[in-house]
Design a protein around this ligand. Structure first.
Ligand SMILES: Cc1cc2nc3c(=O)[nH]c(=O)nc-3n(C[C@H](O)[C@H](O)[C@H](O)COP(=O)(O)OP(=O)(O)OC[C@H]3O[C@@H](n4cnc5c(N)ncnc54)[C@H](O)[C@@H]3O)c2cc1C
Length: 467
């Protein structure tokens, strides 16, 4: 599709809409918006960055871009891992960073209304002061709620609390035409025609700009404990997880980490964990409203782990020791991914199939002679795999990683899984999309995209290509 270029005249009009100080065109400023947190930056500069201050400005920018046929890419905090917020076609980068007001925390209905640029950490802190909790939990606290809606972000709390979608009650959005629409509201249930709000959630900025979000909240749990459980083998660790779930126990988080990953993270953090030469670890968090309840659940989990050949079960109940354990899992990205040549996979399989899937991953790794680290949200079947270039030659790496990724995705699908659990399809995974979904489904998706965005100006080239 042909787009028009951003000219001096375009920039002048944008400055009239949002004020000159909120329109950036110098290369140094643009550079910050040229990448997200995907391991290998694409570094594509937008032509212009626009920072709207309210919904009306978003509406005017989109109406203008649509009439001019200029691509628009939305950005929350740019912590995504799929190049979703990277302006691969240039044009306007619309950053929501200044639309960061918490509009209302309604304690009577346990609901909050926020602008889409509100940063998750700030939101959580404000809620905590009121004894409230927003449980959707992408590992990256510096992400924005609008970005979380864009990717339907998940995270470690997914086992007990689910993903972002489960907490969104309403959205204010702006269509590519500039029309402002409201979907949903403060009600907790609806049976009122097609649920268009859910089409927007997870649409990665391809259908509409999200400007305000109405979120369901819960009471802040009073107590947490963390169990750190070494196992002799990854297979044993992973196959314990469905046993826990089958006993109708729902921890807040069940994460797994392999020995190789633990050692790299230990080195990065300059600390040593107990039993650090075992093959695999489960890290389990349990929350509740009384200590007695927590310890009863902790004991039940502990018994299941020991029946499945755990080496030990270490229970942490102070904040410091729990933070120390979770810092191992939380530092995985910094230690293993950042500044290395890697590719990341975000497959998800039914939890009961994780052990078999990981066994297949090991076989693929051996056969293709490529090191694959794994870590993940074991409780909801979300397996993060990191393919390492190590000392493979550039040619060997370029040839091997795409085939390996494809095989990893195909294998996940044969186990009833899919190619992305929470990071989204973005730019780089679109070539693998049809491994997960069939042509008829893709056709429907494209028809929906055309309906919302007939000129294909919203985040073009993401999820799939429109020709
Ligand atoms: C160390 C690390 C750990 C992470 N762990 C997790 C994890 O556990 N779970 C998880 O789900 N993710 C995780 N992520 C990925 C990332 O944090 C999430 O995808 C997050 O939701 C992105 O939010 P953001 O504000 O940075 O969005 P961005 O990266 O800015 O944008 C993400 C997508 O949403 C779109 N978008 C942004 N704002 C809007 C808007 N207002 N309207 C419409 N579309 C919009 C963008 O166009 C883009 O397609 C992790 C990332 C890092 C670096």
């Amino acid at each position: 599709m042909d787009y028009n270029k951003v000219t001096n005249k375009t920039v002048a009009t944008l400055k009239e809409i949002v004020e000159a100080k909120n329109v950036l065109v110098d290369t140094d400023s643009l550079r910050k918006y040229s990448h997200d947190e995907a391991p290998l930056p694409l570094n594509v500069l937008p032509d212009v960055v626009v920072k709207p201050q309210n919904t009306e400005q978003v509406s005017k920018v989109l109406r203008f871009a649509n009439t001019q046929r200029i691509p628009v890419t939305f950005r929350g905090q740019g912590t995504g891992l799929s190049y979703g917020a990277v302006p691969t076609q240039g044009g306007i980068l619309l950053s929501f960073e200044d639309m960061n007001r918490i509009i209302e925390i309604d304690e009577r209905n346990l609901v909050a209304v926020v602008e889409s640029g509100v940063v998750l950490l700030h939101f959580r802190q404000e809620l905590e002061k009121r004894g409230l909790f927003y449980p959707a939990d992408p590992g990256e606290n510096s992400s924005a709620i609008g970005g979380n809606v864009g990717t339907n972000a998940g995270g470690m709390n997914g086992v007990k609390y689910g993903n972002t979608r489960g907490y969104v009650l309403g959205l204010e959005v702006v269509l590519s035409s500039g029309e402002i629409m409201k979907f949903g509201g403060k009600t907790f249930k609806r049976s009122t025609g097609y649920e268009l709000m859910h089409l927007i959630i997870g649409s990665e900025g391809t259908l509409a700009a999200v400007t305000k979000i109405i979120l369901r909240l819960i009471k802040l749990p009073n107590y947490f404990i963390t169990l750190y459980i070494p196992f002799h083998s990854l297979h044993e660790a992973i196959k314990t997880v469905p046993e826990i779930i089958r006993k109708k126990i729902t921890p807040t988080a069940i994460e797994y980490i392999e020995k190789d990953s633990l050692l790299v993270v230990e080195k990065y953090l300059e600390k040593t964990m107990p039993h650090h030469d075992e093959e695999a670890y489960l890290i389990i968090r349990i929350d509740g409203d009384s200590e007695d309840e927590l310890y009863a659940v902790g004991e039940a989990v502990s018994d299941i782990c020991m029946e499945n050949n755990a080496v030990d079960v270490l229970v942490a109940n102070t904040k410091d020791t729990q933070d120390r354990i979770w810092s191992i899992r939380g530092s995985f990205y910094e230690a293993l991914v950042k500044n290395r040549v890697v590719q990341m996979v975000d497959t998800v399989v039914p939890p009961s199939k994780i052990a078999e899937y990981i066994d297949e991953v090991k076989t693929i790794s051996r056969k293709r002679k490529i090191r694959i680290f794994s870590v993940g949200h074991a409780g909801d079947g979300n397996v993060h795999l990191i393919l390492m270039k190590d000392d493979l030659s550039d040619d060997a790496w370029t040839e091997t990683w795409p085939q390996t990724m494809k095989q990893l995705y195909e294998t996940a699908v044969t186990y009833g899984g899919t190619i992305s659990g929470e990071h989204g399809i973005g730019f780089d995974k679109k070539k693998y999309l049809t491994i997960s979904i069939g042509e008829p489904e893709l056709r429907l998706m494209k028809a929906i995209k055309r309906l919302f965005d007939p000129n294909n100006i919203l985040n073009p080239g993401k999820i799939f290509d429109i020709t």
